[in-house]
Design a binder for this molecule. Structure first.
Ligand SMILES: NC(=O)c1ccc[n+]([C@@H]2O[C@H](COP(=O)([O-])OP(=O)(O)OC[C@H]3O[C@@H](n4cnc5c(N)ncnc54)[C@H](O)[C@@H]3O)[C@@H](O)[C@H]2O)c1
Length: 350
């Protein structure tokens, strides 16, 4: 049966998903109909509908939930909880953007709602589909125990820059700053790469004058297996600078380094001279083999949309998807502990 798909929130990330959904429908990658779009500014929804030829255009999310089998929640964060719980209560499969919510308590309620409803659920922690981090994870299995790792993540304060977002400067709408709004991706990544996190020690700063919106977060994570990782997450005011990540990992028998967070190369130093670099093409070839993708999928935009394809495949089959709300909840628990650590200026166990 054709899966009817609806999207709520026709903004920045909604554009990304809308393109992917349209592409998946057009190329018959999953049996879907891109049926409905919604935004509280109707002209935005109308623009989306015109591009994708969606029959249902509305300002009311309830119309989308009533008419569709799977619902994308791509609004600002404060709106996620009621939309997700309404969609789950109606038995709809749900894709929700990260962070799930402004607080851990809200995220727990949302995770319980999709769990109880028995629907397919996925969250926009898109680094799960990063080819370069997949290659790193595979290489690390041959490198001995992880000793330490450092991730630097910097982005232009998104109230300006290419986001031009107003709500990200308002704690009532965003819930937090660089750590929750952006680096929840990093927390999830570090947990997946280096194992469960036992203890966090975090410092934050608010420099740009938005109360409750930290623009600096520096965290040390103690992982259950003994590894220590650290994160420096910064929102700066350098509009010329692209969002960027740099990850360096020391294992007992290798050092890894990458300046890319999705498509890109990975440098591996194991004592060979000179260090080996897996090119972005090699990284991509490995990823495609792992995901059982074929040459026709090698359009980079389509690969960028793989997480949507995987969600829609799972929803159509009534199966679980990844990363799911439980993955998101684990990341929310860690972020919540980081904020408590920063407020109380002490390490916080999980
Ligand atoms: N996965 C990622 O890498 C990634 C990247 C960017 C944003 N995000 C997340 O996606 C969400 C949206 O971010 P954005 O940058 O697209 O924001 P945005 O402001 O560009 O777009 C949000 C849209 O939702 C609409 N909207 C808000 N509340 C609504 C409601 N109740 N009903 C209908 N429409 C509503 C707004 O009018 C706007 O058009 C946020 O939670 C953000 O953290 C994730």
């Amino acid at each position: 049966m054709t899966l009817k798909v609806g999207l709520i929130g026709c903004g920045h990330i909604g554009t990304f998903h809308a393109r992917n959904i349209k592409d998946i429908q057009q190329h018959g990658l999953v049996d879907i109909e891109y049926h409905a779009v919604c935004d509280r500014f109707i002209e935005r929804a109308e623009q989306f509908a015109a591009i994708a030829d969606c029959p249902l255009v509305t300002e009311d999310p309830e119309d989308v939930i009533a008419a569709c089998d799977a619902v994308y929640v791509c609004t600002e964060t404060a709106e996620h909880p009621y939309l997700v719980t309404a969609a789950a209560a109606a038995g709809r499969h749900v894709f929700c953007e990260k962070p799930l919510a402004r607080s851990l308590a809200e995220a727990e309620t949302m995770a319980a709602a999709v769990r109880d409803a028995g629907v397919t659920h996925q969250v926009g922690l898109v680094l799960h589909y990063s080819p370069v981090y997949r290659a790193l994870a595979a290489e690390m299995t041959r490198a001995g125990p992880v000793l330490a790792a450092h991730l630097r993540d910097d982005q232009c304060f998104p109230v300006g820059g290419h986001y031009g977002s107003t709500w990200r400067g308002d704690v009532a709408r965003a819930g937090g700053g660089t750590l929750l709004e952006h680096s929840i991706h990093d927390v999830d990544l570090l947990r997946r790469l280096f194992g469960e996190i036992d203890t966090v020690h975090c410092r934050t700063r608010e420099v740009s004058g938005h109360p409750g919106i930290e623009d600096v977060a520096v965290v040390t994570f103690q992982h259950a297996g003994g590894a220590v990782s650290s994160l420096t997450s910064v929102w700066h005011d350098v509009p010329s600078r692209q969002s960027s990540r740099h990850l360096e990992v020391f294992c007992s028998r290798a050092r890894f380094d990458t300046h890319q967070d999705y498509f890109g190369s990975l440098t591996i130093e194991t004592g060979e001279d000179p260090p080996r670099t897996l090119s972005s093409d090699e990284v991509l070839a490995r990823f495609m083999a792992e995901e059982s993708l074929h040459a026709r999928d090698e359009d980079l935009r389509r690969l960028g949309g793989l997480s949507d394809r995987r969600f829609l495949e799972a929803a159509a089959a009534g199966k679980p998807a990844r990363p799911d709300f439980e993955d998101a909840l684990a990341a929310h628990r860690i972020v919540d502990a980081c904020y408590r650590s920063a407020a109380e200026d002490r390490p916080v166990p999980l």
